[in-house]
Design a protein around this ligand. Sequence first.
Ligand code: FAS
Ligand code: PHB
Length: 389
Amino acid sequence: MRTKVAIIGSGPSGLLLGQLLTNAGIDNVILDRVNKDYILGRVRAGVLEEGMVGMLDRAGAGARMHKEGLPHDGFSLAFDGRDHRLDLFGLTGKRVMVYGQTELTHDLMDKREATGGVTIYDAGNVAPHEFDVASPYVTYEKDGVTHRIDCDFIAGCDGFHGVSRKSVPESALQTFERVYPFGWLGILADVPPVSHELIYANHPRGFALCSMRSETRSRYYIQCALDEKIEDWSDERFFDELRRRLPVEHAERMVTGPSFEKSIAPLRSFVAEPMRFGKLFLVGDAAHIVPPTGAKGLNLAASDVHYLFDGLQEYYSEKSAAGIDAYSSRALKRVWRAVRFSWSMTTLMHRFPDTGEFGQKIQEAELDYLVSSKAASTALAENYVGLPY
Ligand code: FAS
Ligand code: PHB
């Protein structure tokens, strides 16, 4: 088989890039090592920047998001027993869209099927080859047969644990990492959210986040130790701990109910530089990971795709390599700003082993200044709604 762009990974990065290429008439094939149901079974992000909303519209896959998504003009910071609303729209003129990554992925998969895009699921041992010379190709195994796809370019959209970044010689890659000494224990439950907007809570017992997927489906998280076991957390214990970390007005109002998803996610900041090796491009989580505190992971995938698609479109339409040559530096500039923001929000909102009482007071003082200074609130708000592409 031959294609112009071989895309490894059928998550948001791969699907979004694949759809933009298909819409532009640039032939591409997506390969994933698992199947659609497995991908759709992963519960992940929930907040979209306007940039991601625009990318979904550009891909022609935004209709259900506009119909079922929840536009949010603000969110609350809760600390020291009080609630403080940050007026994102008032401060920046922008809002965010609450719409689950699962739904967005489903919409992109449906669009790809409707426009005849080729996706090979359950592709075993996918491997990129010869991407540092003129004629790259990808191999994969299916039904006991090894297949080869010759291509012009390979897009490594295969996430943090994928094969693409690991196929690059270590000497050609520089990585930067910070692993946080805690995780997020998250649940999904079909109960009405405790508030119509998100609540990020700083509490001496630990961080908590009240989010949602719809007006009838809540997504809640509490900071937990890395050695916590899911089986030790009944729904009752989870909701008791969540309520202890929230201002009384929310704790008393919270509607609880059986969770149908419960998982612990570790938190890390990670960046691999550069994001291009000859004909191989790293996109999304394959190149960078952020702690979900700033809701940036999924949204960074969108800006990576924006830069890479623009470069590929220029290459095929104007025979200019300027865009693809600039991809890594352009993407990394925005990546590092989001990595900084996500790190700062995580540092401000969580209990660390050495936070102690003094550290707690410093965090509360910083939060108190943040919510009482228009300049400080605006700085946080413009990062949260998403910096320009
Ligand atoms: P993905 O990891 O989504 O997709 C990669 C795809 O590549 C997968 O389908 C995988 O099967 C495939 N793949 C991997 N290795 C392969 C191989 N060798 N061969 C073929 N295919 C391969 N972001 C937020 O903004 N907010 C959140 O709350 C949030 N929560 C998260 C919770 C968890 C547990 C995780 C892991 C991430 C979370 N994220 C969150 C970040 C997440 O949303 C990512 O940013 C987003 O999935 C990035 O999309 P992709 O780059 O497409 O990578
Ligand atoms: C979510 O709804 O899953 C979510 C929302 C905001 C975040 C992280 C996760 O910062």
